[in-house]
Design a protein around this ligand. Structure first.
Ligand SMILES: Nc1ncnc2c1ncn2[C@@H]1O[C@H](COP(=O)(O)OP(=O)(O)OP(=O)(O)O)[C@@H](O)[C@H]1O
Ligand SMILES: [Mg+2]
Length: 315
């Protein structure tokens, strides 16, 4: 598989036209915000890959003029910038100066990673600067936010989208990528991926990308096993437990599944915190590609995989 842009990023809706709303009520509210050019502080929480970050970005891009965004919008990631210093130095500095447009925006993605000190400080900042700033938070585990902080937001819960929506969304991407959906069998294959990954649109789109080969969607290419262990693998790698990752794979997956594991890592490397950095991601991808290539020649695939884990840990 060539190293291409990840489809889930390439097809992340840039406007409301292709965005799938949770329901009509949500759509009405969001359209009203955009019409009025304003919104209250918003908390989007719930299921992974259901469109929280996407909607936050669409709102910001539709309401804050491009030329003001550098000055008026501060984006932070709550899982990497989680402490009180960031709140004091970056957030406070940002919202205490005058906006170019109507208000300043602080977009905290993955806000469930914020420390409790940081949350307490934010609460104070929100109060003090409410005339000047709006906050958008996204997170999965809303219980990690304090009730006092939550009460300052207009909350929206994100849950599962329908399989019908998945299929429609996937079909548009496949057609655009020149992948055939002409036969009943091909459409069945699309549906089987929608059923398998129905909890996460991002995972679904990634499964289509890794399964579309030479203009055809290959059935059953990613099976549940690899996906399941793959997710645990990512969790271990996120904690920098490279030894644990190596053992998990060696103990649970046969050697012939390893190419799929490399492909899985390729597709999901950006989910590992340190590889969110583009330069590190580039390095990681080169390593994965190198070890996938060696896999077919190596006498011992497990040693080769261990080598790959060690190399990735050194990035
Ligand atoms: N409601 C949606 N409408 C259109 N595309 C979506 C929607 N939800 C997810 N997607 C697709 O899935 C990808 C991931 O979505 P997004 O990053 O917004 O999810 P999220 O809810 O923020 O997930 P996480 O909780 O993991 O941060 C997007 O790039 C987009 O391609
Ligand atoms: Mg998100």
């Amino acid at each position: 598989m060539a190293l291409k842009e990840l489809w889930w990023q390439k097809y992340r809706p840039k406007t409301l036209d292709t965005y799938i709303f949770q329901n009509d009520a949500q759509e009405k509210v969001v359209r009203k915000f955009i019409e009025e050019g304003s919104f209250p502080s918003l908390l989007f929480w719930g299921l992974r890959g259901s469109g929280k970050t996407t909607l936050a970005r669409i709102l910001i891009n539709s309401i804050i003029p491009k030329e003001d965004q550098g000055h008026d919008v501060l984006e932070i990631n709550g899982s990497s910038s989680r402490g009180i210093d960031v709140m004091r130095n970056e957030v406070k500095a940002h919202i205490s100066s005058l906006p170019m447009g109507d208000f300043k925006v602080v977009f905290v993605d993955e806000a469930d990673g914020l420390s409790s000190d940081a949350q307490a400080m934010l609460r104070g900042l929100m109060e003090k600067y409410d005339h000047n700033a709006r906050f958008i938070f996204t997170c999965n585990y809303v219980k990690k936010l304090s009730d006092e902080l939550r009460s300052r937001f207009d909350e929206y819960k994100f849950s599962k989208l329908s399989t019908k929506d998945f299929i429609k969304y996937g079909a548009e991407i496949l057609l655009n990528e020149g992948v055939s959906l002409d036969t009943k069998e091909e459409r069945e294959t699309l549906k089987s991926y929608a059923d398998l990954f129905k909890n996460d649109l991002r995972k679904f789109v990634t499964s289509l990308q890794t399964s579309a080969i030479d203009g055809k969607l290959i059935p059953g290419r990613i099976h549940d096993d690899v996906m399941e262990y793959g997710i645990s693998l990512l969790e271990l790698l996120n904690k920098n437990d490279w030894m644990g990752a190596r053992e998990l794979v060696a103990e649970n997956l046969p050697e012939e599944d390893l190419p799929e594991v490399y492909q899985f890592l390729y597709s999901y490397l950006h989910e590992i915190e340190k590889f969110k950095d583009v330069n590190k991601w580039n390095k990681g991808i080169v390593i994965i590609s190198d070890y996938l290539y060696r896999h077919s020649m190596h006498l011992d695939a497990e040693i080769n995989f261990a080598g790959c884990m060690i190399k990735l840990s050194e990035v």
